[in-house]
Design a protein around this ligand. Structure first.
Ligand code: TLP
Length: 351
């Protein structure tokens, strides 16, 4: 089975397992795990921040950050398709007591003008806007990259209104590899930045969030409250360190596999792909209703040996990652074309 459901499905390589098996550990709740401490230091350095915190998941990275930046009753501005609004079970309301004010973006990106127009005036009637949360690359918009100039302008608006900025950088290293912009530059416009080690970077578990010392102290308290304190977490952190040292540059292979696949299927009848949106490792594939629903395609593709997910009734999402080689990409492309032919026949369109 070629699994392109997500880059979260990547499994640790033999080399990574070797590093895990030899990792020195300590009790991280006492701050004594050498691998966790080294990982935190290296991510803080990568993002040019004072401090960093290892957490079990990207969701926890976002949620400790929201809580550390806000007070209950505050409002957080974010883009309407973002992960923390759509896929985190309402956690901002439950855990931080904040409201989300969503803005419809273009390819997942919003503008400084949109942001400024959505900041609440200072008046007793209104919630206080205290945080802007952006996502780069943008998952639901198909791995698109937030233009750095736009981020810079939003950060100027944020400063003017004394509002904090958080970046869900689950896939920020994909943006780094796909552009000439370094991690520290992306991060410089934000008060906090998260990164997932368990997606395209290939570690089994874990995310890291970075920011000022004071922010990380508050985030650390929330990690404890959410039950995210882990003891001999160095086994996992060592895999995270290995991922950052070895698996960043190779993300460009995933990007070229995604492009090959997208270009290979884009001209099939009834298949619609915005090739401009294919900027990193994710492809959004819109299926014409005449060819059945995304659910129908998922079943037929599974039979052909491709595991894939949908994000809406007519949209499939394909994600390329380090466990899909260029040969497997070519194979997946052939299989997808075969399924296309099968579905054309099933619905009575001559091929
Ligand atoms: N995304 C997952 C699913 O939850 C949709 C995926 O398969 O892409 N931020 C972004 C931008 C993400 O894409 C995800 C996971 C997270 C945060 C949450 O990370 P985890 O799953 O580690 O909590």
């Amino acid at each position: 089975m070629i699994d392109i459901r997500s880059d979260t499905v990547t499994k640790p390589s033999d080399e990574m397992r070797d590093v895990i098996s030899r990792a020195e550990v300590g009790d991280d709740v006492f701050g004594e795990d050498p691998n966790v401490n080294e990982l935190q230091l290296s991510v803080a350095k990568l993002f040019g921040k004072e401090s960093a915190l290892y957490v079990p998941s990207g969701t926890m990275a976002n949620q400790v950050s929201i809580n550390a930046h806000t007070q209950p009753g505050n409002e957080v501005i974010c883009e309407a398709g973002c992960h923390l609004y759509n896929y985190e079970s309402g956690a901002p309301a439950l855990l931080s007591g904040v409201m989300l004010r969503t803005i419809e973006g273009v390819m997942g990106s919003i503008t400084a003008e949109q942001v400024e127009a959505n900041i609440r005036p200072t008046n007793a009637h209104f919630a206080q806007t205290t945080l802007i949360a952006l996502e780069n690359t943008h998952n639901r918009a198909g791995g698109t990259i937030f233009p750095i100039e736009q981020i810079k302008e939003i950060s100027q608006v944020a400063k003017k209104h004394n509002i904090k900025m958080h970046l869900d950088g689950a896939r920020l290293m994909n943006a780094v590899v796909a552009t000439a912009v370094e991690a520290a530059e992306w991060a410089s416009y934000f008060d906090s930045v998260s990164i997932c080690l368990s997606k395209g970077l290939g570690a089994p578990v874990g995310s890291v969030v970075a920011g000022t010392k004071g922010f990380i102290e508050r985030a650390h308290r929330y990690r404890k409250i959410y039950g995210g304190g882990m003891r001999q977490a160095g086994l996992l952190a060592a895999a995270g360190k290995y991922a950052l040292e070895n698996n960043v540059e190779r993300l460009s292979d995933d990007h070229s596999n995604a492009r090959t696949f997208a270009e290979g299927i884009a001209s099939l009848e009834g298949i619609n792909i915005e090739l401009d949106w294919v900027q990193t490792n994710i492809i959004m594939i819109d299926i014409d209703e005449s060819l059945g629903s995304a659910a129908d395609w998922i079943l037929d593709l599974a039979e052909a040996g491709i595991a894939i997910l949908s994000t809406s009734p007519q949209r499939l999402r394909a994600v390329f990652h380090l466990d899909v080689s260029s040969e497997e990409t070519a194979d997946a492309l052939t299989k997808f074309c075969d399924v296309h032919e099968i579905r054309m026949k099933k619905v009575g369109i001559a091929v």
